[in-house]
Design a protein around this ligand. Structure first.
Ligand code: R5P
Length: 296
């Protein structure tokens, strides 16, 4: 039986792409709020004995978790063979230790919660810093796909002579991998975070840009303050207006407008969160990972 894809609201484009690439069918469902704020979920397509693929990116996760949980429970209740989740963006991964006494270690708790909700998970470049792998926080099969090949392919075709910039040491590993695949040089800056919207970035000593276009690459763009601080360093050093490339386009509040106003020449993101800046398609690597897990 072909797998059945069920999208949660806001995931239709990626859901359709996965349906096409997996040769799956798209399930009919309704998800809405009652006037009192409770969530309502109904699945209209028969699912008994089928593999169900839920598609729900998890930016702004608090409002999405209850409908997702209700959908997964309903699918199980109606007899689905397995219920998996494609969550291209995984929230809560940055709170991966107790930075101050008494804090929640949210990444671990979030992993436990999703492990009880679905049978498997596929995501894109989760923010793994102190955790080496998703297996440390998930007790179900959890696959992290990588946006680096798609980022590199986009940079190769869109930017004639790029130099890649990672804003902080955490980014070094994967900026170097994107740079290798894009056959471009790279630099890694140093970041100090003083608060949610207060970051300082410093540049290492480097020579001239040799007429190269700086391409800032980061996994998450949330307040965009990391990119804006990096951009200021670059323009102060006489570089041309940088291209800003992010995997996950969270863009909290006016962050997208702020980044444009700060002087970004172009802003391009992957389609892990639907946003007007989406220019880089990661659906085929997600589909490959889903195929692998469905065949296991
Ligand atoms: C954190 O270390 C991440 O890699 C990003 O640099 C960070 O999440 C960006 O956040 P913001 O856009 O709020 O500066």
């Amino acid at each position: 039986m072909t797998p059945l894809v069920l999208t949660l609201p806001g995931n239709d484009r990626l859901g359709h792409a996965l349906v096409t690439q997996l040769g799956a069918s798209l399930g009919e469902r309704e998800v809405r709020r009652f006037p009192d704020g409770d969530s309502y979920v109904r699945i209209d397509t028969p699912i008994a004995g089928r593999d169900v693929v839920l598609v729900c990116t998890l930016d702004r996760p608090d409002e999405k978790l209850v409908p997702l949980w209700l959908m997964a429970q309903t699918a199980r209740d109606l007899g689905a063979r397995r219920v998996g989740l494609v969550a291209p963006y995984l929230a809560y991964m940055r709170q991966d230790k107790r930075f101050r006494a008494g804090e929640a270690v949210s990444s671990a708790y979030f992993g436990q919660l999703l492990s009880k909700t679905v049978d498997w998970l596929v995501t894109v470049d989760p923010h793994l810093h102190r955790h080496q792998s998703l297996n440390e926080i998930f007790s179900i099969p959890a696959i992290a796909t990588h946006a680096a090949p798609a980022l590199a392919a986009w940079i190769r075709q869109a930017i004639p002579a790029p130099i890649l910039i990672g804003p902080d040491s955490e980014s070094a590993q994967w900026v170097s991998s994107v740079a290798a695949q894009a056959e471009a040089p790279f630099l890694v800056f140093e970041k100090t975070r003083h608060g949610d919207r207060d970051v300082a970035v410093s540049a290492p000593a480097f020579g001239s840009f040799d007429n190269r276009t700086p391409v800032l690459v980061d996994d998450i763009v949330s307040t965009a303050q990391t990119m804006i601080a990096t951009l200021h360093q670059l323009t102060a050093a006489g570089a041309r207006a940088p291209v800003c490339v992010g995997v996950h386009a969270i863009f909290a509040g006016d962050a997208h407008r702020d980044l444009r106003a700060a002087g970004a020449a172009t802003i391009a993101t992957c389609n892990t969160i639907e946003h007007e800046s989406n220019a880089i398609d990661v659906s085929s690597s997600l589909a490959d990972a889903v195929r692998r897990v469905l065949e296991s």
